[in-house]
Structures are given as C-alpha cells and as structure tokens.
Design a protein around this ligand. Structure first.
Ligand code: F3S
Length: 405
C-alpha cells in the first residue's frame, strides 16, 4: 500500500501508540482487500456503545484511549447505548449495568464524539451525496450508501473507531464506483403495504443474494425514505447487504441507463412469495397479551412519531402491556408537544438513547415482545435469552393491543 509521509509518521508512533495502532488496523484491512492507499474522511459513525453488546473489553479500551488524551478527528456520532440516560431506573435497568453504561458514554464523550446515541444519525447530521465516510451499524450503512448516496464500507465497532481517530479509510469496496453497480434486479409486482412489510422484503431478499450484488429493486409505486430505511434494515440483517438501489428513486439508480438492466439476473417477487416466507419464519404475532410492544428499529423518524400519535388519539394501550417507542433525542426535539402528550396519555413511552435490541430486556421480566421490524424480530431472540419476538405492523398493533378510551 502506498502511504503518505504523514501516514508513515503516524505509523512510526509520532502521534502516539494508540493512533499508530488504529492506523495499522486500517492499513492491514486495506492490504487484505487490495487497497492501494488510504483516503481522508470527515464523518463517521461508531457502534459498540451498549454495555450489553460491547461489554467490559470495549469499556477498558475506550477508557485507555481517553486516559491517553486520544481524540477523534472526524465528526463522529455514536450508536444507541443499552439504556436511556434519563429514566433508566423507571424502566428497571439494573444499577450495575447503568454504572458501566455511563462510563462507556463518558469515555466516548472524552474522545470527542457527538453523543447522538442513535442508529439514524443521518436524519440530523446527514453526510453529503458522494462523500466518503466510515459508518458502522449495518442499517445506517445501508441507508447512507443507498438512499443518501454517500460512500461507506460496512465497518465494525473497532475499525469505525480507528477511522474516526485517524480520519482515514482504506480505498476499497464500496468506496470504489465499480463496486457500487447493481448485479441483480428484484422486481416486485406489488408495493409493500407497511414499513414492516418493507423490512420483511429486505430480510427475504438478503437471504437469497450475495453481499456484493447490490440489488436493484423495482416497485410499482414510489416508496418513501422511511420505507427504504426499513428495507435496508432487513437486507442488512439477513444478507449483510450494504448497498441497494431502487429504480428511478435512489441517487445512483436515477442515473442508471435502462439498457444496462438487460444483462442483470432478475428475480420476481409476488405477495404470495412474501406470505410463504412470513409463514416459514412463524413471524406473525398470535399473542393476545405480549409483555412489550417495541417500535423503532431502526429509530423512528419524526413523520412516523406523528403518525403513531394520530393513530393513538382517543385510544389506550391495553392494561399490562408496555408500549415503547424508540427514537433519537434529535427527533424528540423537533416533535410537536401535542403528539408527545397523546402518546403518553395513551400509555405509551418514548425512549431515547437506546434500542429494543441492545437494551437488556431479558433482565426486565419481559418474555414476549411484539415488534414492527424484521431486524428486531431476528435479533431480539438471539441477543436476549428467554425472550421471544413476533411481528405486527402498526395497524395491527393499534387494532390488537389498544382500545377506545
Ligand atoms: Fe437501531 Fe438497534 Fe435496530 S441500533 S437498527 S434499533 S437493532
């Protein structure tokens, strides 16, 4: 790999051991993937924030960095933690968990990260179209590549942290134009009827194609950005897909010449295929009384928050069911006070800073969780021992588990 004089100096330890190690990690990753050089970045997003998933090793690494006065050199946002900063006691988070979680957040703060604690940091701080960035968090990676049109590889917590400290990434993978082209065309003869269905389409297709195929979707009608966020969440879950296109909709697909589509392998998906997939996964909820309804994987956008408030107006969540809506503080700051009050009056709770998957719900006497996202449906049982998840869309949630006030 060809390195600049500045990069060589950093590798030699002139800016400290930790920065040298961080750069070495990126150089090694780049060498393995055939990158010829590193490129500078100004924007990054780091995962590995929840104490539930990151644990003590990550805490110690971050504390060590903070002790040595290491700072990020990018505008670095961070993923959800394992609990809300305020109100963690109220939802039953154990004291010990909270103690370690606070230390992790403090360490990220000392490194100079922007404490967003959200997996949708792009809704408040979006990267530029065409900008090279370093994002961790698979659903965010998919969104910034596909819907915003920025360029990132799918980073893990350590290499995203290394990229944030050095302000560099190896020039490889999805940063290169030639690797961003669609290789498979997915034609749907119906437009999914809810964000839940979009996420299921993503989960279904992600399991059928290869990671580097960058699927191109055609829908009969134009999906919204929120729909695409759900689609990407599903794709990233089952297939580690980091980029998709939607014909005539997403930035790179808008420039696609129609003649280029002819050589692509094509899959046709019908409503019947999706129904069979959902049945095979035993995904649809049949519970009359779940312990928790969790909406917001990925964190919901302002429009969805307002939509939930509209649906809950004049209704109450049925007794004994927790109804948690996960979003970012950035969204709450923009929300109408009236909407927040409607949700609260109906018995719902808005929870920021954390998410249904990385909060320790297995320690909160919760066994049955209804979610509206395929990603949460897949991950909750894997990461929360003894907890079962089931899927329902927003309409079904309102119909089945709320009543007229
Ligand atoms: Fe976000 Fe947590 Fe889902 S980080 S995408 S809400 S698993």
């Amino acid at each position: 790999m060809i390195l600049t004089r500045e990069e060589e100096r950093i590798l030699e330890g002139e800016e400290g051991d930790i920065k040298a190690k961080a750069l070495r990690l990126l150089v090694e990753v780049g060498k393995q993937k055939g990158a010829e050089r590193l490129v500078p970045i100004k924007r990054s997003h780091i995962s590995g924030v929840s104490y539930k998933t990151a644990g003590k090793p990550m805490l110690h690494l971050l504390q060590d960095m903070a002790k040595h006065n290491v700072k990020v050199t990018t505008f670095a946002t961070i993923n959800p933690a394992g609990m809300p900063r305020d109100g963690w006691k109220k939802i039953g988070i154990p004291k010990d968990f909270a103690r370690y979680q606070k230390k992790i957040i403090k360490a990220y703060q000392q490194l100079g990260c922007t404490i967003t604690l959200s997996c949708t940091p792009y809704s408040i701080h979006p990267p530029q179209v065409g900008e090279t960035v370093a994002f961790a968090e698979s659903s965010a990676v998919c969104f910034v590549n596909s819907v915003i049109g920025a360029k990132t590889n799918r980073h893990g917590s350590l290499d995203a942290l290394a990229a944030s400290i050095t302000g560099k990434v190896p020039r490889m993978g999805l940063i290169l134009e030639e690797n961003r082209k669609p290789r498979v065309h997915i034609k749907l003869n119906f437009t999914p009827s809810s964000q839940t269905e979009f996420s299921l389409i993503g989960l279904y297709i992600g399991g059928k194609i290869e990671q580097e195929e960058n699927p191109l979707f055609s829908f009969p009608t134009t999906p919204s950005k929120r729909d695409l966020k759900s689609l990407g969440g599903g794709l990233a879950t089952s297939g580690a897909i980091a980029l998709f296109h939607v014909l005539d909709v997403t930035p790179e697909a808008r420039k696609l010449k129609k003649t280029k589509l002819q050589g692509l392998e094509t899959f046709k998906i019908t409503k019947k295929d999706l129904k069979a997939f959902v049945e095979s996964k035993k995904a649809k909820s049949k519970w009359s009384h779940p312990d928790l309804i969790a909406i917001g994987c990925p964190h919901i956008a302002l429009e969805k928050l307002e939509k939930i408030a509209q649906k809950l107006q004049g209704r109450k969540i049925k007794n004994g069911i927790k109804f948690w809506i996960f979003t970012s503080n950035g969204v709450i700051e923009k929300a109408e006070t009236k909407s927040l009050e409607i949700i609260k009056d109906a018995g719902g709770q808005i929870i920021t800073d954390t998410c249904p998957v990385v909060t320790p719900i297995e320690q909160l006497e919760i066994e049955k969780v209804v979610v509206d996202s395929a990603k949460a449906f897949s991950y909750i049982p894997r990461l929360s021992e003894g907890v079962n998840a089931s899927l329902a869309n927003l309409e079904e949630i309102i119909r089945n588990w709320t009543k007229e006030d």
